[in-house]
Design a protein around this ligand. Structure first.
Ligand SMILES: Cc1cc2nc3c(=O)[nH]c(=O)nc-3n(C[C@H](O)[C@H](O)[C@H](O)COP(=O)(O)OP(=O)(O)OC[C@H]3O[C@@H](n4cnc5c(N)ncnc54)[C@H](O)[C@@H]3O)c2cc1C
Length: 423
């Protein structure tokens, strides 16, 4: 008698969940895969949402996988279904709707939810938006049509994406951030100044060291009063105040959690047959030798593919240099490896060209052997040298002269050798 197929249950159908399901099917034609999401959609690309919001990408182009794909791959996708409880000892998850279902192996890929604005007047205020879900983007696209003035709060990537989209749509856009500059823990004042210049080139009004103190309804708009001296009547308010990880449903059930779900370098949790991947995984990173979380598409996708192999029995540590690449108004930004945001002990050196709007910041840490190593970098403007940075970080090559790394990045990268002609 043959053994029954392994039953995999995946909570969350973002990049981590869906690419895990895809890999499981590739490597095990006979297994059962049940994937659950409380959203109404098949996998869509959150990284594409800003371009959809800007109006340069059609709704259909945001989707990455459709229903037909799930059917073909025999992935049972339950949409608008919430996992409300997990019994790790009995190996079941409770679905609403759907009741209790058993699993053999479980993946937690629940990502995070955006922190709402909580100030006097924000409760029930109209036209105040977070930016995490397709539905947020759709609601903002509808509101933009009838708007002239937008206010954005948030000095990190979501704040930037909202600002860029509203400015691109021709709204009078005010970008408020509580810190002295964008990404205040990872950039220095020069980096902040480059971003300010890029924002002002795009006709954005920047207001640093300014928060939102209160909101009041006024003739269909929101009267925004800042924490310093800002006021405006905004047709819409965008909010980027970070994420809270979706781990509430697992709390008290015996699984180790911190900010996210804690895993080892194999993405295994402390509970047998349970793994975590993507934004929610607080994983042990072999490259930086510490636990941390990443909030990037590539990390979620790679986690998903990688964890599938481990759920099928491989015991491979996850080793990737984390990267985040984004547009930055009419320029680009790339963040690689570890910065002073995650590792305040890292020492940084900077090269800046304000006029050209170019900036490079390199982060170094001393290893246990006393040698200096490049552990991270931020480039704004020209992206030349990005590949070299990644090589230096992943190879953990000792660096003798920190400033010599800038010279290495300036040397043109040798194009890959053309393949010899076929015999
Ligand atoms: C607007 C925006 C722009 C971005 N831009 C970039 C970029 O330029 N570059 C980059 O690298 N990254 C970017 N990111 C980040 C990147 O998109 C995320 O890191 C990645 O999509 C996370 O994937 P995930 O699978 O880990 O989680 P998610 O995509 O968050 O998926 C988790 C899913 O699980 C569901 N869920 C949670 N709890 C339950 C439950 N109890 N029951 C059922 N379902 C549940 C959630 O609703 C969600 O659908 C951006 C993100 C946003 C929002």
């Amino acid at each position: 008698m043959g053994s029954s197929p392994t039953r995999f249950v995946i909570i969350g159908n973002g990049a981590a969940g869906t690419y895990c399901a895809e890999q499981l099917r590739k490597d095990d034609a006979g297994c059962e895969i049940l994937m659950v999401t409380d959203e109404p959609y098949t996998l869509y690309n959150r990284v594409s949402l800003p371009r959809y919001l800007r109006g340069v990408l059609l709704e259909q182009r945001v989707y990455v996988r459709d229903h037909a794909w799930h059917e073909k791959e025999r992935i049972d996708l339950r949409r608008e279904t919430k996992v409300t409880a997990v019994d790790f000892a009995g190996k079941t998850v409770t679905l609403d709707p759907g009741g209790e279902v058993p699993y053999d192996r479980l993946l937690i890929a629940t990502g995070g939810r955006p922190n709402p604005l909580r100030v006097p007047g924000s409760d029930g205020a109209k036209h105040v938006y977070n930016f995490q879900y397709f539905d947020d983007a759709k609601a903002m696209v509808a509101r933009i049509q009838e708007s002239k003035v937008a206010v954005v709060l948030g000095g990190s990537f979501i704040g930037y994406e909202l600002t860029e989209a509203f400015a691109h749509r021709g709204l009078e856009t005010h970008w408020l951030m509580r810190g002295p500059w964008f990404l205040r823990k990872a950039l220095d004042a020069d980096g902040g100044q480059v971003v300010r210049l890029l924002a002002e080139d795009a006709h954005v009004h920047m207001h640093v060291e300014e928060g939102i103190a209160k909101l009041e309804p006024k003739n269909g708009t929101s009267r925004v009063t800042g924490t310093a001296d800002f006021t405006a009547d905004a047709d819409l308010v965008g909010v980027g105040l970070g994420l809270t990880m979706n781990i509430d449903v697992f709390r008290g059930a015996g699984i180790e959690t911190n900010v996210g779900v804690v895993t080892n370098e194999l993405l295994e949790t402390n509970i047998p047959d349970v793994w975590a991947a993507g934004d929610v995984a607080e994983f042990y990173d072999v490259a930086s030798q510490r636990h941390h979380r990443m909030g990037t598409w590539d990390n979620s996708l790679n986690h998903g593919r990688h964890v599938a192999k481990n759920m099928l029995g491989a015991k491979q540590p996850y080793v990737e240099v984390p990267t985040y690449a984004s547009s930055m108004f009419n320029s680009n930004i790339s963040v690689m490896g570890v910065t002073t945001e995650e590792e305040p002990e890292a020492e940084a050196i900077v090269e800046v060209d304000l006029e050209g709007r170019n900036y490079k910041r390199l982060f170094f840490l001393k290893g246990e052997d006393g040698a200096d190593r490049l552990v991270g970098a931020i480039l704004i403007g020209k992206m030349k040298g990005r590949k070299r940075v990644l090589e230096l970080i992943s190879s953990r090559t000792p660096v003798e002269q920190r400033h010599a790394v800038f010279e290495m990045l300036a040397v043109p990268e040798v194009p890959a050798k053309a393949a010899p002609p076929a015999e």
